[in-house]
Design a protein around this ligand. Structure first.
Ligand SMILES: O=C(O)CCC(=O)C(=O)O
Ligand SMILES: [Fe+2]
Length: 421
């Protein structure tokens, strides 16, 4: 399975390389078309207006056309695309973003042209091919393993869930959950956690009642603390990725309950946890398609992100947007008479956690986890807190002075209070 994925990655790279070639061919095609239009339109007008000289003019123009037009080497050797091609790219504002969220922006290679309606290529106002979502987030190669959950099963046992995690970060779920996938230790408000499988391969898990209502409110209130570092996400105009929410980077020690629960659930060293981030999406705000993996240029801090733990601090009704959506993953309708399937969406439910894996255990990105936060439609904002787990110890960047060590004691105290140790 892993070697299959590695081949898929290589194929993706080849697809990206092909973009350059197909784009060049597209540009040649465009040039030829413009050339033909430039020649044929005056020819048509000329012929209509001056019937007496039509035959000789046609001969003259046709011979000029065949000398430098379709099929001639000349237009291919001197593509006039140079001028447009070297046009300055619009600033994307990437530097305004938190450095640890990978935003995929259009390749510096010229994107391939794509046909829209009726096979016509989509061109911009300069007649250049327009990048499409498929250029930036290529479809998964045919044959990629995608296994949704079985719609005929009411639930998965803990052993079945555990088996789905075999290629990813090693987590021992039996510390926290019994064989029926129920939490072993009740929450402070008496509620019980429950872990559910949302997708088998790649594995996507939900933990109901991960945080209590009071714990959600306590974490959300950290956004008003002067200790949190606020980042207003830039809107990416001229790019296909858009993040318009607001984030707050927190000191580990300010969110001990998140730390204690994440640490106990995932059984990973505190040092591999990235700074906890609180995010708020107001009406109309979103985070469009992206991968959570760290760009290769930034792997020197903790290596790749192996797990994304995202906890919803507020609920958002189904018809109000805000769902976390996976492009390539499906959820079959739980209806035996129908084989309909829809995109896998996790609708925010206060206190529930979503757990998925942007990379395999050895750090190779798992592109099957391309996802987005749907545009918010409701007036009540969506709030989340999230944390990524790295391969190796991670050095926190924000807020200044943030440190794992400073949080260790409060985390251990909280673990005792919650009954985990
Ligand atoms: O808010 C969500 O539902 C998804 C957020 C996300 O994917 C991210 O911040 O990386
Ligand atoms: Fe994400």
């Amino acid at each position: 399975m892993q070697s299959q994925h590695y081949e898929d990655q290589q194929q993706k790279q080849r697809q990206l390389d092909n973009i350059t070639n197909s784009c060049y061919r597209m540009e040649v095609y465009r040039r030829k078309t413009s050339f033909a239009v430039v020649l044929l339109v005056p020819l048509f007008v000329f012929c209509c207006c001056d019937v007496r000289s039509r035959s000789s003019s046609t001969c003259c123009l046709v011979s000029a056309f065949s000398a430098g037009g379709f099929g001639s080497g000349k237009s291919q050797q001197t593509p006039k695309s140079k001028k447009n091609g070297s046009r300055k790219r619009k600033r994307t504002g990437l530097s305004d973003l938190p450095s640890n969220t990978k935003m995929v922006i259009p390749s510096t290679k010229t994107p391939s042209s794509h046909t829209s309606d009726g096979g016509q290529p989509k061109l911009d106002k300069w007649g250049l091919p327009v990048a499409t979502l498929d250029d930036i987030f290529p479809p998964l190669p045919p044959g990629t393993e995608l296994i949704p959950i079985d719609p005929s099963k009411d639930s998965y046992s803990l052993s079945e869930i555990q088996r789905c995690l075999s290629d990813h970060i090693s987590i021992d779920l039996s510390r926290f959950f019994d064989e029926n996938a129920n939490g072993k230790i009740p929450n402070q408000d008496g509620s019980t956690m429950k872990i559910r499988l949302l997708h088998q391969s790649p594995p996507v898990l939900a933990v109901e009642n991960f945080l209590t209502e009071a714990e959600c409110q306590e974490i959300q209130s950290q956004s008003t603390s002067t200790r949190a570092h606020q980042v207003d996400s830039a809107t990416f105009r001229g790019s296909l990725s858009t993040r318009t929410s607001t984030s707050w980077f927190c000191h580990y020690s300010d969110v001990p309950v998140l730390l204690a629960k994440a640490h106990y659930l995932l059984d990973i060293p505190l040092e591999t946890m990235e700074e906890p981030q609180i995010v708020r999406y107001g009406r109309g705000q979103e985070f469009s398609w992206h991968y959570d993996e760290v760009p290769s240029s930034q792997l020197d801090n903790g290596g790749q992100r192996l797990a994304t733990l995202l906890v919803y601090l507020t609920s958002v009704p189904e018809n109000k947007g805000g769902g976390t959506t996976f492009r390539d993953l499906r959820r079959h309708e739980n209806n035996h008479s129908s084989s309909a399937s829809t995109e896998l969406v996790m609708q925010p439910q206060q206190g529930s956690a979503l757990l998925f894996f942007p990379a395999f255990a050895d750090g190779r990105p798992d592109d099957r986890t391309l996802h987005k936060s749907h545009v918010m439609d409701g007036t009540d904002p969506k709030w989340i807190v999230q944390m990524w787990v790295h391969q190796y110890p991670y050095n926190p960047v924000l807020p200044a002075g943030n440190s794992h060590e400073a949080a260790r004691t409060v985390m251990e105290e909280m673990s005792r209070k919650l009954g985990y140790s």
